[in-house]
Design a protein around this ligand. Structure first.
Ligand code: G4P
Length: 536
């Protein structure tokens, strides 16, 4: 397929295919079980025949290579950006997010490309710092969240207490679809709150294959599980009394969250999760452009870049831009326009990418993710489209950075490579790059959500651009947007500093919230805005 013009797919086909897509990300505090859940989901969708979770992280690498073999054999596409599989009538796109909190800025960008999110809670830990932050981001973006309470096979907290925590700490109404039978550590199965039946789980050897499930009517459940069943029924009734019955509108409005209980390592509860995604999670909707006009799903092709990755193939430095399709059909070979520059971009090398392994994508629909290879001209936030008039989607918001460091070339004879490297890192969003006249072009300031971003930036400047960097940490921890640059002098004079990002945003940096409060008190006329909710 090497058509060079806009797609000719009939609108009905685009709408039908878009309607089958479920594009979501699994997000959690590190260690809650994201990798394990991802495998378990793929297992239930029969992408792989055996999950490797129980064999530990080393074993999982084995699973990944199984996936790659399968990908070749069956044409299943798996990328480090998105895992795509069919389940029932749906096409599921599971977008990858980095596990470490220091890279939450990447997670934030991925959340701009999904239609819903699955939030994992560890049954013993409940809401953890990263969970709170991610919930906040989802609320700010209006992303519907499904909550999966994981690790119910291990002793943990009380189910009612976990639900209370959701209401009290994040103001999100829990609407459990299932309720655990047996307390955490004694997981028998779940009460399906929609029809009152008992789904009883049985362990398979080490949880290596999909869990055994029996469905029992309530009377049999009571006869077999006794007090455990009665307690589950009572607790479920308590949830109903406190507004915890499922209401899809509230879920889609992101004001309430369906809750499921399970154990990813034993593959318990994972089928319920997939069914919920397919039956109730939102499908792609028309995306709003910069002027807030919705772009119809069957309009000509459009997509936006949410992630750029370089050096995936060490034999030659290449750059892959991952884009989410918003409208129309993507057909490999199309020539699309980059709305930011107005330049054409030929998509001859559209691929699904997983580590070293790549497979070609020929067609993609709204909700899908495409990896565009050799995309050196594309930046995070760029819109691609075919047809006229041009369309531009809003840029991706960034997290408020909390770590800052001045970057200087360690070897002055490599200053040119240094500048080129910094432009590259900036275009990929590895770190934010701030500049000011006072500091000059040669010593920009790196701004990061987590300090590990600095390590990645320094490593890449050294290895890819042969221009080692000297990083000198600055004492700031708080950043605010300064809408009126005329107030720059006031802020600069208070022991804080104003720097400017390439997109023109002025950032005022403070050592801590006290320094910010002092400035506010002394200069109430200076407006300072949070950078983005959830990034505070
Ligand atoms: P992450 O990607 O969110 O960081 O979590 P990951 O899946 O790596 O899981 C973190 C740890 O929690 C792993 O144990 C994993 O086996 C365990 N785990 C995940 N889901 C469940 C569950 O449902 N029940 C129980 N009991 N454990 C679960 P680990 O000791 O770090 O590594 P491993 O050697 O066990 O893989």
């Amino acid at each position: 397929m090497t058509a060079a013009g806009p797609s000719t797919a009939p609108p009905a086909e685009v709408l039908r295919e878009a309607g089958r897509r479920r594009t979501f990300a699994v997000i959690s505090h590190p260690d809650a079980g994201k990798s394990t859940v991802t495998e378990a989901l793929a297992l239930h969708a029969r992408v792989i025949s055996q999950a490797g979770a129980v064999h530990g992280k080393a074993g999982r690498r084995g699973v990944v290579s199984d996936w790659m073999e399968l990908e070749k054999a069956r044409g299943i596409s798996i990328t480090s950006a998105a895992l795509q599989f069919a389940y029932r009538d749906a096409v599921v796109n599971l977008l990858d997010t980095p596990g470490h909190a220091d890279f939450s800025e990447d997670t934030y960008r991925v959340l701009a490309a999904v239609d819903s999110a699955v939030m994992l809670l560890d049954a013993a830990k409940g809401l953890e710092p990263q969970t709170l932050k991610l919930f906040d981001v989802c609320r700010h973006r209006g992303i519907p969240v499904i909550t999966f309470v994981n690790k119910w096979d291990r002793p943990g907290r009380d189910a009612l207490e976990l639900c209370d925590e959701l209401v009290e700490r994040i103001g999100l109404q829990p609407m459990p679809l299932t309720w655990p039978v047996g307390e955490a550590g004694d997981f028998r199965g779940v009460l399906d709150r929609r029809d009152g039946h008992f789904t009883r789980y049985s362990r398979t050897a080490g949880g290596a294959t999909a869990a055994g499930e029996d469905r029992l009517p309530p009377a049999r459940a009571e006869a077999e599980e006794g007090a455990r069943w009665t307690r589950a029924v009572e607790e479920s009734e308590l949830m109903s009394a406190s507004g915890g019955d499922f209401d899809r509108e509230r879920f889609l409005a992101a004001s309430a969250t369906p809750v499921l209980f399970g154990s990813a390592v034993l593959n318990f509860g994972v089928r319920h999760l997939l069914d919920l995604l397919v039956e109730l999670a939102p499908r792609p909707e028309p995306r709003r452009d910069v002027e807030a006009r919705p772009r119809a799903l069957d309009a000509p092709f459009s997509a936006f870049v949410f992630k750029v990755q370089t050096g995936m193939d060490p034999s030659h430095r290449d750059q892959v831009a991952f884009a989410r399709v918003c409208s129309g059909v993507f057909e490999r070979g199309m020539v699309v326009t980059n709305a930011t520059t107005g330049r054409p971009f030929a998509t001859k090398y559209a691929q699904q990418v997983f580590g070293q392994h790549r497979s070609t994508v020929d067609t993609a629909y709204p909700g899908d993710v495409i990896g565009l290879v050799n995309a050196t001209a594309l930046r995070v936030g760029d819109t691609l489209h075919t047809g006229r008039p041009a369309v531009r989607f809003p840029g991706l918001p960034s997290f408020a950075p909390a770590h800052f460091a001045v970057a200087r070339p360690a070897d002055l004879s490599r200053a040119k490579q240094f500048r080129r490297g910094i432009d590259q890192l900036e275009s990929e969003g590895v770190v934010q790059v701030l500049r000011s006249l006072r500091r000059g072009e040669g010593s920009p300031v790196f701004a990061a959500v987590g300090p590990m971003q600095f390590e990645v930036a320094a490593y890449r400047l050294d290895t890819e651009f042969k221009s080692p960097v000297r990083l000198e940490r600055l004492p700031y921890t708080v950043a605010r947007r300064l809408p009126d640059p005329d107030h720059r002098a006031v802020v600069d004079s208070r022991g804080s500093e104003v720097l400017t990002r390439a997109d023109g945003t002025h950032l005022a940096l403070f050592t801590d919230s006290t320094a910010l409060a002092v400035l506010r008190r002394l200069h109430p006329e200076v407006t300072l805005e949070p950078l983005v909710a959830g990034g505070e």
